[in-house]
Design a protein around this ligand. Structure first.
Ligand code: BES
Ligand code: MN
Ligand code: ZN
Length: 495
């Protein structure tokens, strides 16, 4: 989908489908959209009066223009309550328009920017959100079926139309950022939707190398076995697939601070010897969602040319049971020297993250951001509505919450009370990897395990177990992989 900005009335933009909008309880389509032909406007008003067109957020109403204007169709999307209007409302409305357009075989779309200026929303961010919502909603995982089911017409172009010359610069800048971010997010979604036999640690690492080359990032692929990463190796022992540690780096200037992004890359989590129940086990192909989000965040960072030094550290392995696998009760070391008594081999994510964190610190990270599908407990607490957000630095947590406000990727701050450290006390090692059966505040306990390796370095941890993969569509995102929290991390780094 080609993104463009056009200076002129929407009806003149070259498109087969126009998108205009309407707040709830408004009597007419808003502002610039009034530039659509008079007769057509009258028809739309009739539908509004008859309450056929509601203005409810996420509703989309399509009508044919029957030659009144060049475009064949007009879509009226609802923006919901004016008081509740937000960037995410823009994403939702844009997504609704794209879905209606796709269902009606539209190829060239032109839209006004929804609600720019309403509720103090910056024009650039409004355009960005609109492009994000559109590209994210247009995503579909190709899959592998011999017979492709719905080889529908593809949307070729999406053009923002704006009469006011003064707004063009902001719209162009916003849509450029939105295009980069949403395309990166969709690539992360592709990686997560890919089955584990086609996304092994080695395949992931090769893919990372290619992405790095494409966007001019430095990429090093390390064999954790040779580099003393005992915790990663402990998890990899049960698998025929060798583990990998991918390190990417983006350098802005020697004086800028270095932020480390760390993503859990379990390409399949069977649970290991502490094996998971078979129902829904297939979903554990998504246990590398943190890794994919971090890789694509790096690709976005390079394209946006952010003014920071950023490194990504991505530990990759399968977690499998076998005669050579790690066993409950085993004690393993780590790159940091800290030892772990393994209570469950299914608490594997934190162990591979531990070595990645130590590696990042050794390489001079000033701040650490990790994301991981870490705990089922986080799903119990927050469902698929929000990611758990934990950390050791209140300012950093606040900044991340602010970033999430912009990205629309909801987060919820969960506590790291000292008590949780006691949960992990071991009589034969520095700590345990989890409590018996993972019971009791498992999202917090999982983060507490990581904190021991992080030390005093400012750090936040996203638990994306519930948000990385949707069993049903939510907002602009269809069911399946989401690519969360890539955009939140970028919004934080852009500040
Ligand atoms: N990958 C899982 C967490 C998960 C569960 C993600 C469901 C997405 C959906 C993680 O490795 C895991 O198994 N966690 C255990 C930890 C427990 C043993 C302390 C869990 O939450 O059950
Ligand atoms: Mn597990
Ligand atoms: Zn896992």
């Amino acid at each position: 989908m080609k993104i463009a900005v056009y200076n002129g009335p929407i009806a003149d933009a070259s498109a087969d489908t126009l998108v205009v909008d309407l707040f709830k309880d408004a009597k007419e389509v808003s502002g610039a959209a009034a530039a659509v032909d008079k007769k057509l406007k009258g028809r739309i008003s009739k539908f509004i009066k008859a309450k056929e067109i509601s203005g409810r957020l996420g509703d989309a109403f399509l009508l044919y223009t029957h030659g009144m204007i060049t475009a064949k169709r007009v879509i009226v999307v609802g923006l919901g309550d004016r008081e509740k209007f937000s960037l995410d409302a823009i994403r939702k409305a844009s997504a609704a328009a794209i879905r209606a357009a796709r269902a009606n075989k539209a190829e060239k779309i032109s839209s006004i920017v929804h609600g720019a200026g309403t509720g103090g929303i910056e024009p650039a961010l409004a355009a960005q959100a609109m492009v994000e919502g559109s590209i994210l909603a247009d995503y579909k995982f190709d899959g592998y079926a011999k017979e492709k089911k719905d080889e529908k017409v593809k949307i070729k172009s999406f053009t923002i139309a704006e009469i006011d010359k003064k707004k063009l610069k902001a719209f162009k800048e916003g849509s450029r950022v939105g295009e980069i971010l949403a395309n990166c997010q969709n690539r992360a979604r592709d990686m997560v939707n890919t089955p584990s036999n086609k996304m092994t640690p080695r395949i992931f690492a090769e893919h990372a190398r290619k992405e790095a080359r494409k966007f001019g990032l430095l990429c090093t692929v390390i064999d954790p076995k040779k580099d003393g990463m005992e915790s990663i190796n402990a998890i990899a022992m049960g698998s025929l697939e060798p583990a990998r540690l991918v390190v990417l780096s983006y350098r802005h200037s020697p004086r800028a601070e270095t932020v480390a992004l760390i993503g859990k890359g379990i390409t399949f989590d069977s649970g290991g010897i502490s094996i998971k129940p078979s129902s829904k086990m297939w979903e554990m192909k998504t246990d590398m969602a943190g890794a994919a989000a971090v890789l694509e965040a790096m690709c976005a960072i390079a394209q946006l040319k952010l003014k920071k030094n950023i490194m990504a550290v991505i530990p990759l392995t399968e977690n499998m049971p076998s005669g050579g696998a790690l066993k409950p009760g085993d004690v393993v070391g780590s790159l940091s020297g800290i030892t772990t008594e393994v209570i469950s081999t299914d608490a594997e994510g934190r162990m591979i993250l531990a070595d990645a964190i130590t590696y990042a610190k050794k390489k001079g990270a000033h701040k650490i951001i990790d994301c991981a599908t870490l705990t089922g407990g986080c799903i119990i607490a927050l469902g698929d509505a929000a990611s758990g957000l934990l950390g050791n630095d209140d300012d950093l947590i606040k900044s991340m919450e602010d970033a999430a406000e912009i990205s629309g990727e909801k987060v919820w701050h969960l506590p790291l009370f000292d008590e949780y450290e006691d949960y992990l006390k071991s009589s034969i090692a520095d700590h345990k990897n989890c409590t018996e059966g993972g019971r009791g505040a498992s999202a917090s306990t999982g983060a507490m395990y990581l904190k021991k390796y992080v030390g005093d370095t400012p750090w936040v941890h996203f638990d994306i177990a519930g948000t990385a993969y949707l069993s049903k569509a939510q907002g602009a995102l269809s069911e399946g992989a989401t690519g969360v929290p890539m955009r939140t991390i970028i919004e934080y780094l852009r500040k």
